[in-house]
Design a protein around this ligand. Structure first.
Ligand SMILES: Cc1cc2nc3c(=O)[nH]c(=O)nc-3n(C[C@H](O)[C@H](O)[C@H](O)COP(=O)(O)OP(=O)(O)OC[C@H]3O[C@@H](n4cnc5c(N)ncnc54)[C@H](O)[C@@H]3O)c2cc1C
Length: 531
C-alpha cells in the first residue's frame, strides 16, 4: 500500500448502494470513508416531492441519459436508459415502488454460486434499512432510516383496479414483502410520509455530519489504481481541475449496473480481448459487462370517464395540489405514480408468478420523448416479465471516461419473453373489459387498435415494450466463472469490491431498489467483518 492513505474505504458512486455503504461504514469512528459521486448534491423540490419524479426522468443534469444501441428485437427502436446522477443516485429519481422479489429469486442466486444469499438470509437486511409505517410485522423493520409504507394518496381507480382483479380471480393481499408476490396489492412505497425516501435523504442525511466521512460531489471516477494485483486507490476528475488520485485500504465500486462495469473495464478488469482492442492493459480477465438483465415491460393505456392525475391538469390544479402537499404532505403530489401491483402466471403450468402488473392512475404523453401529462383522463397498466430470459451486454466505446459505454440489449431477444408478454397483454385487455373497471373505460389510448392475430399481438408487444430501468447482473457474483465471489470481492484481486445492482446473478421478480439497498446493508457488514 502507498505510504499515505487518504482513507480506509473509498466508495465510487453515492446511489442506492453507495450511500448506504458510506453511512454504515462511517458508523465506526475508526473507519475513514470517502464517498465520490459524479453528480451534484441535488435535493431540490423535484427530488423531495414524490410527483417530481416526472421532471427528473431524463433530466439534463440529474440523469445520465445513457444511449442504447438500436434494438432489433424492438423493431430497431433506439431508447435512452435513465439513471440518477446526483446524491442518492437512482433512489433520488426512481418511481419509489417498494418491492423485494420472491423467495425463489434468491434461491436462484444460490444455485448460480452466490452461496449464502438465500431469502431467509436476506430478510434481516431488508428489515434493517426500513422504518415501516404500517403495523409491526415479522416481515418489516421499524428501526431503519428509510420510511416505507403506503403512499399518502390513493386514487379511486386504484380501488377499482383491485376490485376488478379480484373479480378475475386474483387474491387481494395486504402483504407482498414475504417472498411471495402473487395476487394484487396496494403498494408500499419509499414515499411514505409524503416525501421521497432516497438513500441521500435518509442514510446520508444521518451520516453527513460525521468527521470520518467525506463526500465529494461532481467527482467523476476514471479508474481504479492497482499495485501488484491489489487495488490501492482511484483516479477521478472534478470540473476545471486536473485528475486527482486518492489512496485507500479498500476500494468499493458502487456506480450502478452501467457505471460499475465501465469503471472496471477502464481499470483493466474485463474480457481480455475487448480491453486490448481499446488499448487497456489487462489486470484480470473477467466477464464484466456480460449478463445484462432488465425487466422488459409492455405498457398499455386507456382513456376513462373520471378525472385522473393527468386530467384535469393545468396551473390551477397544480397550484392547489402543490399547496396541499406543502401543508399536509398529502394529495396527488405525495404519491408514487404506480399505486397497485400484482403478480400472476403467464400459464397455469408455471410454478411461481412470472408476470407483474403495475397500475397507474394517469395517462402519460411521450410525444416529445419526455413524460408529459396527457390532456384526457386515463389510466396506464404495465405488464412486466419478472424474470426475463433476454440478455444484453455492456462494452467500452473507448477507454476515455467521457465516452458513455455501449449498451447492447436485445430486450426481447428471447422468444419466451415475447410469449409471456403476449399472454400478459391479453390478460390486461380482459381486466379492462371486466367490472367495475370496464364501466369507466371509454377508449383505447395505446395501442389504439387491438390485434386480431398472434402475429399482430407479437408486433404490438414488440412496439410497446420498453425498459423497467432495472439493469442488473453486469458484475455478477457467483462461482469460479463469475466476476465476484459471494463476498462481493473481485475474484483474484485484493482490496476491491463491487456492491450495487450489478452484482445480482439474476434479476429479482420486482423493482430493484430495495434489493440493492439490502445488498449494500449486507455488503457493509461483510466489509466491516473483514477490515
Ligand atoms: C427512472 C427510474 C425509475 C425506477 N423506479 C424504481 C422503483 O419505482 N422502485 C424500485 O425499486 N426501483 C426503481 N428503479 C431502479 C432502482 O432505483 C435502481 O435499481 C437502484 O437505484 C440502483 O442502485 P445502484 O446503487 O446500483 O445504482 P444508482 O443508484 O444508479 O447509483 C449509482 C451512482 O453512481 C454514480 N456514478 C456512476 N458512474 C460514476 C463515476 N464514473 N464516478 C462517480 N460516480 C459515478 C451515479 O451518478 C449514481 O449516483 C428505477 C430506476 C430508474 C432510473
Amino acid at each position: 500500500l502507498p505510504d499515505t492513505l487518504n482513507a480506509d474505504y473509498v466508495i465510487i458512486g453515492a446511489g442506492s448502494a453507495g450511500a448506504v455503504l458510506a453511512a454504515r461504514l462511517s458508523e465506526n469512528p475508526a473507519n475513514r470513508v470517502i464517498l465520490l459521486e459524479a453528480g451534484r448534491a441535488g435535493g431540490g423540490l423535484f427530488v423531495t416531492m414524490p410527483a417530481g419524479s416526472f421532471k427528473l426522468m431524463l433530466h439534463k443534469e440529474y440523469d445520465w441519459k445513457y444511449p442504447v444501441e438500436p434494438d432489433a428485437s424492438l423493431g430497431g427502436r433506439e431508447m435512452v436508459w435513465s439513471g440518477g446522477k446526483l446524491l442518492g443516485g437512482s433512489s433520488s429519481t426512481n418511481g419509489m415502488v417498494y418491492i423485494r422479489g420472491q423467495r425463489q429469486d434468491y434461491e436462484r442466486w444460490v444455485s448460480a454460486g452466490a452461496t449464502g444469499w438465500d431469502w431467509d438470509s436476506m430478510l434481516p437486511y431488508f428489515k434493517r434499512s426500513e422504518n415501516f409505517t404500517g403495523p409491526a410485522s415479522q416481515f418489516h423493520g421499524q428501526n431503519g432510516p428509510m420510511k416505507v409504507g403506503h403512499a399518502n394518496d390513493r386514487h379511486p381507480t386504484s380501488e377499482l383496479f383491485l376490485k376488478t382483479a379480484a373479480n378475475l380471480g386474483l387474491e387481494v393481499r395486504d402483504e407482498y414483502c414475504d417472498g411471495d408476490q402473487s395476487g394484487v396489492y396496494e403498494l408500499f412505497t419509499t414515499a411514505a410520509g409524503g416525501t421521497r425516501q432516497s438513500t441521500a435523504r435518509t442514510f446520508l442525511r444521518d451520516a453527513r455530519g460525521r468527521s470520518n466521512l467525506e463526500i465529494i460531489t461532481q467527482a467523476m471516477v476514471d479508474k481504479v489504481l492497482f499495485e501488484n494485483g491489489r487495488a490501492v486507490g482511484v483516479r477521478f476528475s472534478r470540473p476545471g481541475a486536473p485528475p486527482t488520485e486518492l489512496y485507500a485500504r479498500h476500494v468499493v465500486v458502487s456506480a450502478g449496473a452501467i457505471g460499475s462495469p465501465a469503471i472496471l473495464m477502464r481499470s483493466g478488469i474485463g474480457p481480455a480481448q475487448h480491453l486490448r482492442d481499446h488499448g487497456v492493459e489487462v489486470v484480470a480477465d473477467r466477464p464484466v459487462g456480460r449478463n445484462l438483465q432488465e425487466h422488459c415491460g409492455y405498457t398499455m393505456s386507456k382513456f376513462v370517464n373520471i378525472p385522473t392525475y393527468n386530467s384535469p391538469f393545468g396551473p390551477l390544479v397544480i397550484a392547489r395540489n402543490f399547496a396541499r402537499w406543502l401543508l399536509t404532505r398529502k394529495g396527488p403530489m405525495s404519491s408514487a405514480a404506480v399505486q397497485v401491483m400484482g403478480g400472476f402466471r403467464s400459464d397455469p403450468s408455471v410454478p411461481h408468478p412470472d408476470l407483474a402488473l403495475n397500475f397507474m392512475p394517469l395517462a402519460i404523453d411521450m410525444a416529445n420523448n419526455r413524460p408529459e401529462m396527457h390532456e384526457r383522463p386515463g389510466v396506464t397498466l404495465g405488464i412486466t416479465c419478472m424474470r426475463p430470459e433476454s440478455r444484453g451486454e455492456i462494452r467500452l466505446r473507448s477507454a476515455a471516461m467521457q465516452d458513455k459505454p455501449i449498451i447492447d440489449h436485445q430486450l426481447l431477444g428471447a422468444e419466451e419473453d415475447v410469449r409471456r408478454l403476449i399472454a400478459g397483454a391479453k390478460f390486461a385487455e380482459q381486466l379492462f373489459a371486466t367490472e367495475p373497471l370496464k364501466n369507466h373505460v371509454v377508449d383505447n389510448y395505446f395501442p389504439a387498435t387491438l390485434p386480431d392475430s398472434e402475429e399482430g399481438w407479437e408486433d404490438t408487444v414488440r412496439m410497446f415494450t420498453g425498459f423497467g430501468y432495472h439493469p442488473v447482473g453486469t458484475c455478477r457474483m457467483g462461482g469460479d466463472d463469475a466476476v465476484l465471489a459471494p463476498d462481493l470481492k473481485v475474484r483474484g484481486l485484493q482490496g476491491l469490491s463491487v456492491i450495487d445492482a450489478s452484482v445480482m446473478p439474476y434479476l429479482v421478480s420486482g423493482n430493484t431498489n430495495a434489493a440493492v439497498i439490502a445488498i449494500a446493508e449486507r455488503g457493509a457488514e461483510i466489509l466491516a467483518a473483514t477490515r
